[in-house]
Write a protein that binds this ligand. Structure first.
Ligand code: HEC
Ligand code: HEC
Length: 197
């Protein structure tokens, strides 16, 4: 895919920047975060489509997902290699930095009929943990509302194929969603999240 090549080319630059930072002594959170901006946008607000916005996601989820990338426990195109370049303390610094920022939603295309169905499905299957229509990250579950659709689609595919492990209770809900509504259910949910702008 084209997107993957762009990401790969971008990586070399990132690595040289990252090593420069660590040679210079203890880097500040914003110095560390600068190396993420090329892909995740200024202040963690991504321009999409497959790179998620990371501003405003919960501190604990940020740390957890970075450690999982580092250990290659969850599939990634690029983050596994990037996360390996950072110590636990540096990840904690960045987590505090990004979680203190505001998640901003950029307009994206969606199908309003699918979004309306997605809203209902979200209430039934997902709202319990992804509160306020997926806007909250209080339960350390990431932010779904307004997250980039292509990123959510990749992530949901990783979950449903079993490449990324789901929490037991989430798996139960996703399994019954798929049983009742098939892949159209997931598609409707993605359109609902994209509709929150
Ligand atoms: C070369 C592009 C690129 C760079 C640079 C980059 N990321 Fe990422 N990031 C991605 C992509 C793409 C994903 C989706 C997972 C994947 O495919 O690797 C992602 C996913 C993430 C996620 C998961 C978000 C979620 O909701 O689960 C976090 C957290 C993250 N990146 C943090 C960072 C931090 C911190 C930095 C800087 C140290 C950084 N990234 C640098 C491309 C990048
Ligand atoms: C019992 C609680 C629970 C339920 C129900 C639940 N989730 Fe989750 N979800 C989580 C947690 C916790 C995470 C954090 C990551 C992980 O554990 O894999 C998460 C992560 C996610 C992510 C990744 C977020 C990111 O930033 O990359 C997506 C996408 C997601 N859930 C979608 C859904 C959808 C769609 C539903 C409903 C069909 C749902 N979840 C139901 C708890 C839940």
């Amino acid at each position: 895919m084209k997107q993957k090549n762009i990401i790969k080319n971008c990586l070399l630059l990132v690595f040289s920047m990252a090593s420069g930072v660590s040679l210079a002594g203890t880097p500040s959170a914003s110095m560390l975060a600068d190396t993420c901006a090329g892909c995740h946008g200024t202040n963690g607000i991504s321009n999409g489509p497959a790179t998620p916005t990371i501003a405003g996601i919960s501190n604990d989820y940020f740390i957890e997902v970075m450690e999982q990338f580092k250990a290659a426990e969850i599939p990634s195109t690029i983050m596994s290699r990037i996360a390996k370049g950072y110590t636990e303390d540096e990840i904690k610094l960045m987590a505090r930095h990004f979680s203190g920022m505001k998640f901003k939603r950029k307009p994206q295309q969606f199908d309003s009929k699918k979004a309306a169905l997605g809203k209902k499905l979200h209430k039934k299957y997902c709202e319990k943990c992804h509160e306020d229509g997926g806007r909250k990250s209080d339960d350390d579950a990431g932010i779904l509302a307004g997250q980039w659709a292509a990123y959510l689609q990749n992530t949901l595919q990783d979950y449903t194929s079993g490449d990324r492990e789901m929490q037991k209770k989430m798996k139960k809900k996703v399994d019954s969603l798929q049983k009742d509504h098939g892949n159209d259910g997931l598609d409707a949910l993605i359109n609902f999240y994209a509709s929150q702008q």
